[in-house]
Each structure stands twice: as C-alpha cells, then as structure tokens.
Design a protein around this ligand. Structure first.
Ligand SMILES: [Zn+2]
Ligand SMILES: [Zn+2]
Length: 136
C-alpha cells in the first residue's frame, strides 16, 4: 500500500509560542551539557489530529536515550503553554513494510503521526529534529 492510497487525517497545526521561562526550564530536563537552547522548539504547532475539544499539544525537546522520552507542552484553546511535561514516546508503529514509528507521546489522543496529513510542512517553521525527519 502506498502513501497515496492511505487515508490521512488532517493535523491540528494550531500555533503557540513557548514562553522564554519554559524554554529555559526545558533545558533542565536534559543531562548537564546534553542540550543547548537551539534544541528547544519554541515555535510550537499542535501535532495532534485536528480536534474540537481538549488541549493542544506540541513537542518541545528530545531527551537523550531511547527510553527517556521527550519534553512536551500543552495549552488550552485561547491560552498559552504554562507547564512542561516529560512523556514517553508512543510505542505504536505503522503498518509494514515501512513500520514508521509514531512521533507522538504515549496515549496521545487522535491518530498516530503516520496517519496524519502534515500539509502545513511547506510553511516556514523551524521544527524539532524528530518532526523535521517526519516532514522531509
Ligand atoms: Zn491541537
Ligand atoms: Zn501514536
């Protein structure tokens, strides 16, 4: 089955800016010296499947180590990110043969990332390494 034959769901794509104090706080989740300010994603876009209820969600920073997970933030509609949370990666991967890993966090709402249409990828946005790979 090719990508074109699959039904893809629209991605939310709601934008937010990570407040400077949270960007600084994100670095404290990494081992000393393991992360730099450039590793922190501060231009946020909700990467969940388009949704009408619930908070928006964005990846903020990868943590070293395969089981370390990543730093995420959530924000309410009309609100701004107010806290960071470390979440493990979603363990589900896509169908064979590609078996694409999902780039969301464990127990995220909506579809997995390989089921989403990231058509906003052509708009200028600095993305975190993990999502950058997905959007190439
Ligand atoms: Zn959203
Ligand atoms: Zn997933």
């Amino acid at each position: 089955m090719t990508q074109a034959e699959r039904h893809l769901f629209p991605v939310c794509g709601h934008r937010a800016h990570l407040p400077d104090e949270l960007a600084a706080q994100a670095l404290t989740f990494a081992a000393p010296g393991a992360a730099e300010p450039d590793d922190v994603q501060d231009q946020l876009r909700c990467t969940l499947q388009a949704h009408v209820t619930g908070a928006h969600s964005s990846f903020v920073m990868e943590l070293d180590g395969r089981t370390s997970g990543a730093v995420w933030t959530h924000w309410a509609r009309g609100g701004v990110p107010e806290a960071l949370v470390v979440k493990q990666d979603c363990p589900v991967s896509g169908p064979e043969p590609a078996c694409e890993p999902c780039c969301e966090y464990v127990d995220h709402p909506g579809a997995h990332t390989w089921e989403l249409d990231y058509s906003w990828r052509n708009t200028p946005l600095v993305t975190a390494p993990k999502l950058r790979e997905l959007l190439v």
